[in-house]
Ligand binder design. Structure first.
Ligand SMILES: Cc1cc2nc3c(=O)[nH]c(=O)nc-3n(C[C@H](O)[C@H](O)[C@H](O)COP(=O)(O)OP(=O)(O)OC[C@H]3O[C@@H](n4cnc5c(N)ncnc54)[C@H](O)[C@@H]3O)c2cc1C
Length: 461
């Protein structure tokens, strides 16, 4: 075994997986996981823990994997994280725990994410549950939204003895884990629902189909006896470009396209939700969401192009996602930007007009600004366009909660340390506060808010 390199992980062949929704990565088996665990140097000053937004005791759990004690490894992880099988699959480890790993200085970092995934999958397959919560302390807390922020906040509060109810707008909990990230990266029943069951096993109640702000408002929840409310309502409102033709049939936001597939199972036989099985699909944008939408469209049978206005170096998606997308046959049309969607006489997309770009001076984000090349416009035929240009928080909650301050992007203003908002008893975290970010940052915010809520309620009693 080459100690400088990660134990390689097995994946589905790109040609085969481009035609199915099965998981791309198979993860480690026991032997591979134990082998990889021997690469951990068990550093005294564990920089990997600092790199993890929920501060998992990484060397601690890896040393248990080394001893073949997978159950204890799971209990160590679950002290800090309610969603390890999810995070082991979707966290950007390269810029977090693995980015800090000392092994990474001269060779490859320890494969912390794949080890976390192995332990969590092993625990699930062997019926191991997280340790039970304390006895109820009689205090009630409401959580809005059952995404990673809400689930983490609720799980941590339940462990402290609080009676927690999550109110979720959709018919299934999970937030983006359920409706956004595709099955081939994050299996829904096997992984997401199983980890939500673990949160419920701590005593957390989840009420689905409740849109806070339309049913009860946050103020009404406080009046009804909840001593604090945590808002983890995410950032699900899509942006569009404002170009001609964007209202046509066959134009989707990436969120709608992915929700139809992931939550409503449109890709499966016998499900009623329709989905456009385009022959040629253009996805506009270069982030992780664009990669997910493109890889989904490809699996539905389309020739799929990604149109992105900057160059490959500026693509905001994770390198692994871009690599997987290319392997599967997605075409990257870089340094190009749509100017108009062409519509046929029946109101359906028939093509897209695109202008070529070049990179100018850096803008306020530090990335070189894309500039149109005059006269370079051209048209291509396509039948579906998916806009993946980012999202922002839905203003429903902030506009129906008295005294809740938001910034100009409609993000709720909350303390980074405690999640406390401008309104007493109301806390917030995750994408609703930061705008679209990551699962683990949302979980970190949920954790801090649970502590903040605990201190707030104790200070009142
Ligand atoms: C397609 C896609 C792929 C992604 N891939 C990755 C990835 O690989 N890795 C990564 O780390 N991050 C990824 N992200 C980002 C990540 O999923 C989010 O940052 C994270 O889910 C935010 O968590 P949250 O709990 O704040 O919000 P969400 O996950 O958005 O959950 C919010 C929940 O609140 C509910 N809600 C909203 N309004 C109300 C209301 N009024 N009343 C009741 N409930 C309400 C919503 O229905 C939702 O269930 C991806 C995002 C998308 C869209």
């Amino acid at each position: 075994m080459d100690m400088m390199k990660k134990v390689p992980v097995r994946e589905q062949d790109p040609k085969v997986r481009a035609t199915n929704f099965e998981e791309v990565c198979y993860g480690y088996n026991e032997e591979e996981a134990v082998n990889e665990s021997t690469r951990c140097l068990n550093c005294k000053n564990a920089r990997c823990i600092q790199g993890c937004p929920v501060n998992i005791n990484i060397p601690g759990f890896i040393s248990k994997v080394k001893e073949n004690n997978f159950e204890e490894a799971y209990q160590i992880i679950s002290e800090s994280s309610a969603l390890p099988a999810v995070c082991g699959r979707v966290c950007p480890q390269e810029s977090q725990c693995e980015g800090k790993c000392v092994r990474g200085i001269k060779g490859e970092a320890v494969s912390i994410g794949k080890l976390e995934r192995f332990v969590a999958d092993w625990a699930r397959e062997n019926g191991i549950k997280p340790k039970k919560a304390e006895e109820s302390n009689g205090h009630k807390v409401a959580v809005v939204g059952a995404g990673p922020a809400g689930l983490t906040c609720a799980g941590d509060l339940a462990r402290l003895g609080y009676e927690v109810t999550i109110f979720e707008a959709l018919h299934q909990p999970g937030g983006v884990l359920s409706y956004g990230i595709p099955e081939f990266r994050l299996p829904k029943d096997k992984v997401v629902q199983a980890e939500i069951e673990n949160v419920k096993s701590l005593g957390v109640k989840i009420e689905t189909n409740v849109v806070v702000g339309k049913a009860d408002t946050v103020d009404e929840l406080l009046e009804e006896g909840f001593e604090a409310v945590f808002i983890g309502s995410g950032a699900g409102l899509p942006r569009f470009m404002g170009i001609p033709g964007e209202q046509a049939n066959g134009v989707f936001s990436a969120n709608e396209f992915l929700t139809r597939n992931n939550l409503m199972k449109a890709f499966k036989e016998g499900y009623e939700t329709p989905i456009s099985r385009g022959k040629k699909v253009v996805v506009v944008g270069g982030g992780n969401v664009a990669m997910d939408a493109a890889r989904t469209a490809l699996r539905l049978g389309a020739e799929t192009h990604i149109v992105y206005r900057r160059s490959e170096a500026e693509l905001p998606a994770r390198a692994e996602e871009v690599h997987h997308a290319k392997e599967e046959g997605i075409v990257f049309d870089l340094l190009q930007n749509p100017t108009e969607i062409l519509v046929d006489e029946n109101g359906w997309v028939k093509g897209i007009k695109i202008i070529k770009m070049e990179l100018g001076e850096p803008d306020e984000s530090g990335r070189r600004r894309p500039v149109e090349i005059p006269g370079s416009e051209y048209e291509i035929e396509c039948d579906t366009v998916i806009m993946s240009l980012g999202t922002s928080p839905n203003p429903l909650i902030s506009s129906t909660t008295y005294g809740l301050d938001v910034n100009r992007r409609k993000c709720i203003i909350a303390s980074e340390e405690t999640g406390q908002t401008s309104k007493e008893g109301v806390f917030a975290g995750g994408d609703a506060v930061t705008g679209a970010a990551t699962v683990i940052l949302a979980m970190g915010a949920g954790k801090k808010a649970a502590k903040g809520i605990d201190e707030f309620i104790k200070s009142k009693n």
